[in-house]
Design a protein around this ligand. Structure first.
Ligand SMILES: [Zn+2]
Ligand SMILES: [Zn+2]
Length: 268
């Protein structure tokens, strides 16, 4: 059985349809025997109607107060940003912020995405709403994923199997390999649709053939789910997935992966 020491796609109360605090998640990670937790709340239209109001995003901007080593668990700060167009742009890229949290007007407006990404160690790029992909060709959706992956803050695409947007898998995997970025296999996908199991199995199998790393995550929306990836492990075992390609098998391997991709280096 594989041992996976990091959960790098998890949500807190900030995501609005998630139910635990960061502390509850860290404690759950510790109890599950994890060494590293990545907290990656949604950064998306699904949060607040008032997009340009920075008051809504204070939570993501002040995570510097979280201890890096929280009761023995290394805590990384991230977000899960929605891909919003076929150019692979993510939420906030075109949103200007005019006022500071306290209400003072900025001399020059600031960019919402830069403000939030600047406070993140890494970003997960995900598709939730598919409305911008309706009628798109395979080359357009493939390009969308590649462009998102090329963003210097993005470490991996979230639940690429579950998103349900057809694309040329090999093209995206080739770029992931070149950029030293993994492909996520997301445990949370399996409750949604019976097909997801075989889709994720196919993705993992192709990763193994091409030598692309994967990242096995829960996408937990409640602390009870942190670190529970039994279904994914079963799928990986069935295809004899090579353990050394699981980027988040240890804290060291995950941090090394982040560093090799140029996304983030943890100063010790
Ligand atoms: Zn969610
Ligand atoms: Zn998520």
């Amino acid at each position: 059985m594989y041992k996976i020491e990091c959960d790098t796609h998890t949500h807190t109360l900030f995501s609005r349809h998630a139910y635990s605090t960061i502390q509850e998640n860290v404690m759950a990670a510790k109890e599950a025997g994890l060494k590293l937790l990545g907290s990656t709340d949604h950064f998306s239209e699904m949060l607040f109607p008032d997009y340009e109001n920075i008051k809504n995003y204070q939570y993501l901007l002040c995570t510097h107060m979280w201890p890096r080593n929280w009761d023995g668990v290394t805590v990384l700060k991230g977000c899960e940003a929605d891909i919003v167009d076929l150019d692979g742009n993510m939420f906030g890229h075109d949103i200007s912020v005019y006022k500071a949290t306290i209400g003072d007007i900025y001399d020059t407006p600031r960019n919402l995405q830069q403000m939030v990404f600047g406070c993140c160690d890494y970003v997960i790029a995900s598709i939730h709403s598919k409305r911008h992909t309706i009628g798109a060709s395979l080359s357009q959706t493939t390009n969308m994923y590649i462009k998102a992956l090329e963003n210097p803050k993005v470490f991996f695409i979230g639940h690429i199997g579950r998103a349900g947007v057809p694309f040329e898998m090999d093209e995206v995997l080739k770029v992931a390999k070149e950029l030293h970025k993994p492909v996520e296999i997301n445990e949370h996908s399996f409750g949604f649709n019976d097909d997801n199991e075989s889709i994720c199995s196919n993705v993992a199998e192709r990763c193994a053939e091409l030598g692309v790393g994967i990242c096995v995550n829960t996408d937990a929306h409640i602390s009870l789910d942190i670190g529970k990836v039994d279904k994914t492990k079963e799928i990986l075992e069935n295809i004899h997935f090579p353990e050394e390609l699981i980027v988040n098998r240890t804290a060291e391997s995950f941090l090394k992966g982040l560093e090799e991709s140029g996304v983030f280096t943890l100063n010790k």
